[in-house]
Design a protein around this ligand. Structure first.
Ligand code: BGC
Length: 538
């Protein structure tokens, strides 16, 4: 196999995102851990995914639940030890699963020794490792930049009598990537994990690494007020600066020393996201894949999705996207898109038929394969600082972070033997994995069967996408390669829909329901929420 072919396992791969706090607790502290993930590897293998992506498990004061790292090279005791991680990687590989881990390079925890040193004074060796600025004459910060989590992104530090930049919590100071020592230190940290055998990284907040050196204020978006003031600016100076590409090139050079590894960048840059995704992934000298937010939106009409797909096809022809319908930051798709749908199972299956047939790779989020809805978390149980601050208009991210449900008959759904860090929603219990394993037509079984079939369909991994069309109810597109053409029809409505096929010689390949009958005039009737994949048989 050529080097190129070896490195392309990620093209069209299915990744499974694990939020370790909520996957499986083996230490009985109510918090999931690395040994818990290892104990569930056979479940993940049976699901039929190619890789796992594990959200942060590094040493952290947990202000942002691990996205505030205080030691890049160690495991937080809550999750286990470095040895547990080594075992996890070894066992995952034995199970044929690649392992991606998060890398939160843009900011550290304020408890990181680098920040402790940096904030001492203006002359220490790490004085310039973070973004420090003097106040204006009137004591205010130098510009209008805002934190994603609310308020100014500048925090006053009384020791240095300066402000420091934090794009997220004030406990997550931003590193100064304009300083080459910072760049090198982060590359060294990444290399540490490559040497431990990981297969790739999900790069947290990839457009946030660099800020405008001149600290220019962002222009307003002029689109009225929003519950999140962050949305009221055009983020052209605080983030997504052009220098980022150079950093990705350096990172890629490092990655290329470790064959078959991959970089999946989280790319959310407001209106410029698509262009950034193209800039960051076009060519084989930068990141491999960009994680898209478009299907994490509240919109989900066939028309919206077809517009997104067409835009992506046009702009991203040389890059690579990774789609996702859910993650640890977003309301679960079964609630975001499916709250009013009665036939939940067929809707969950329809969504997989879509994400599994788009051009790109796909990330599934733990629990998606069970069709879990967003959990209802009471204000007094909230953990997420973002949710606590914006409650009740925005309830934060706890509703998608509640523990996995493994066994309907065990206390806490088999997640733990003690009260978990977030409560388990009683509506999740009947959907537990063991219940679904027993029913051939469950959502979980459908995931297993479809993903096993998909593994054998190269066209769905790397084929082109074309003929993207939408009616009020039906989204359709084609995947093609030199040998064949697959037609995909997805009925998002709860009514039957008539479709007209491009030929009467069409062979049905896969559906979430009984295969539709194709009439002599090349029309077919899709059942409510039916998705179906066919091929032209001539
Ligand atoms: C992660 C969030 C986190 C933020 C800051 C995001 O993109 O997915 O969970 O709060 O980065 O690190």
């Amino acid at each position: 196999m050529t080097n190129d072919a070896q490195q392309s396992w990620w093209k069209g791969a299915v990744l499974y995102q694990i939020y370790p706090r909520s996957f499986q607790d083996t230490s009985s502290n109510g918090i999931g851990d690395l040994a818990g993930i290892t104990s569930r590897l056979s479940y993940i293998r049976e699901l039929g995914v190619d890789a796992i992506w594990i959200s942060p498990f590094f040493t952290s004061p947990m202000k942002d639940f691990g996205y505030d790292v205080s030691d890049y090279r160690d495991v937080d005791p809550l999750f286990g030890t470095l040895d547990d991680f080594k075992i996890l990687v070894e066992e995952a590989h034995k199970n044929g699963l690649k392992v991606l881990i998060d890398q939160v390079l843009s900011h550290t925890s304020d408890q990181h020794p680098w920040f402790a040193e940096s904030r001492q004074n203006k002359t220490n060796p790490k004085a310039d490792w973070y973004v420090w600025v003097d106040p204006e004459e009137d004591g205010t910060p130098p510009n209008n930049w805002l934190s994603v989590f609310g308020g100014s992104s500048w925090q006053w530090d009384t020791r240095r009598c300066q402000y420091y930049l934090h794009n997220y919590l004030k406990e997550q100071p931003d590193l100064n990537f304009h300083n080459p020592e910072v760049v090198q230190a982060q590359l060294d940290n990444v290399q540490f994990w490559l040497d431990l055998g990981v297969d790739g990284f999900r790069l947290d907040t990839a457009p946030y690494y660099y800020h405008d050196k001149q600290l220019r204020s962002n222009p307003a978006k002029h689109q009225g007020t929003d519950i999140k003031p962050y949305q009221m600016q055009q983020h052209i100076y605080d983030i997504a600066r052009p220098e980022a590409v150079e950093f990705f090139q350096k990172l890629r050079l490092l990655m290329d020393q470790y064959p078959e590894t991959t970089l999946l960048g989280e790319v959310d840059g407001g209106d410029r996201t698509l262009q950034l995704m193209s800039d960051y992934t076009s060519g084989d000298d930068r990141m491999h894949m960009a994680y898209s937010f478009e299907l994490l939106s509240d919109h989900h009409s066939p028309d919206y999705i077809s517009t997104v797909l067409s835009k992506y096809t046009a702009v991203l022809d040389k890059g690579w996207v990774c789609w996702s319908l859910g993650n640890h930051d977003t309301i679960r798709s079964m609630t975001r898109w499916g709250a009013d749908i009665e036939d939940k199972e067929n809707f969950a299956k329809l969504l997989l038929l879509m994400s599994g047939t788009l051009k790109g790779s796909v990330c599934l989020y733990q629990g998606e394969e069970l069709g879990l809805p967003e959990a209802d978390v009471a204000f007094e149980d909230l953990q997420d600082p973002y949710g606590i601050d914006f409650w009740p208009e925005y309830k934060g991210r706890d509703g998608c972070r509640t523990p996995m449900v493994w066994d309907a008959r065990q206390p806490y759904g088999g997640f733990s033997i003690t009260d978990p860090w977030l409560p388990i929603d009683p509506h999740h219990i009947p959907l537990a994995a063991d219940n679904q394993e027993r029913h051939e037509d469950s959502t979980l079984k459908f995931y297993q069967n479809f993903l096993a079939w998909r593994k054998t369909q190269q066209i769905l991994k790397t084929g082109e996408i074309s003929n993207i069309e939408a009616t009020d109810s039906v989204l359709s597109y084609r995947r093609t390669d030199e040998n064949s053409a697959y037609l995909i029809y997805l009925n998002f409505s709860e009514q039957e829909q008539q479709i007209t096929l491009p030929s009467k010689h069409v062979a049905c390949l896969y559906s979430n329901q009984r295969m539709p009958e194709i009439h002599p005039d090349s029309t077919a009737t899709l059942a409510p929420l039916q998705g179906f994949i066919a091929t032209i048989s001539e």
